[in-house]
Write a protein that binds this ligand. Sequence first.
Ligand code: DUC
Ligand code: ZN
Ligand code: ZN
Ligand code: ZN
Length: 469
Amino acid sequence: MLDTAIRNATIVTAADRTKAEIGIKDGRIIAIAEDIGPAREEIDATGLLALPGGIDAHVHLEQPQGGGVVMADGFESGTRSAAAGGNTTVLPFALQQRGQSLREAVEAYHAAAKGKCYVDTSFHLIITDPTPQVLGQELPALVKAGYTSFKVFMTYDDMVLNDAQLIEVFDLARREKAMVMVHAEGYDAIRYMARRLEEAGKTAPYYHAESRPQSVEREATHRAISHAELTNVPITIVHVSGREPMEQIQWAKKHGLNIFAETCPQYIALTAEDLKGLDMDFEGAKYVCSPPPRDLDSQKAIWEGLRDGTFDIFSSDHCPFRFDDPKGKNVQGARSSFRWVPNGIPGIETRLPILFSEGVSKGRISLERFVALTATNPAKLFGLYPRKGSIAVGADADITLWDPSREVVISQALMHHDCDYTPYEGFEVTGWPVRTILRGQTIFCEGDVIGAPGTGAYLERGTSQAFGG
Ligand code: DUC
Ligand code: ZN
Ligand code: ZN
Ligand code: ZN
């Protein structure tokens, strides 16, 4: 007998939608048919969509910060918030601090996450110190052990890699078949702009956006793509904010380069104007993230890119800092210059509702495209497919039951994160997750997280399909 039957749902995949029953046994989908027979647990999904559980391929949890800043969410609260937002898998980063061995960094994250996660997780690595030891021994061993992706930064004092280092990391990624995620903003250009703005007394949070205009992102995107072409490796440009970097990606794709791209909710739901706060005041710090949100023209371009395949995945870039907190946005110095405001905003719980509402409910993208961007493509890009990312016989029973017509006003009171605000306060959405099912077990239902920390498993990943797998 089946463990669980989901009946009367419309099942949506990246390819199509069908009305059928879903049978679950031992955490996996074992039947999809018109009539699957009896089950111990019955779920009536009349009027609901059954979507593959959301896969958020870009989240920051418990990542060490400089200057006394602490992230608002650790593995427990971050994955709790993810479950409440309809997600069953998240991919946080394990950051290598300079001077630290990668293995040491990974072990520290495992220790922090152990027994804490409500949803399944797997770590990308962040490479900040690509020494010969790291490139020659540690990274190849870690890729073989299932850490098949890593992020590199083209900016930030404590993370930036120069072009020589980027090329070495890309070259290694080709040899080991690992996916590199690139934070593409030019370090020197940002430093120049920040200095000039500060000299002119322009220090409010809003000037964070002026200090890193699209040209800075466009230039770095172009440079990363050129290095990827040179080393013949696929890469993913993450958190693409607007029209100008998009044009670089479109050029690369048109010329047959194996370039992938990600965008995020802040680039369709916020603009740089939000960084002005109420009256160029510190409220704007609630919206400080990098790259910064742009303008309405860029939002329009992002929608075109979500439709036409310029973008492959849509992730939250959840990177939460409490606002009313000297360990968060209000850290020492932040009120005297935007340069000290921690970069990042929460969004793990609101990613799916915002894309569904602004995209599917408003007729900008299809349901199938929504599923591709939020579950199927991230699974394929990061070595989790076909176990994750679709509703199919043999896959893990990771299913989100979604009410496409529920109207909700997003508010901090509804959130399950440990941040003290949401940048989407008052945002009206149509479409909301009703129930999140992880490997057959309901972990979230009608507003309540009912799973337990530790329900989530750690996933060793395979090779990205970008390598032709
Ligand atoms: N990059 C991210 O990916 N997240 C937050 C801040 C940053 O620079
Ligand atoms: Zn980044
Ligand atoms: Zn050409
Ligand atoms: Zn990020």
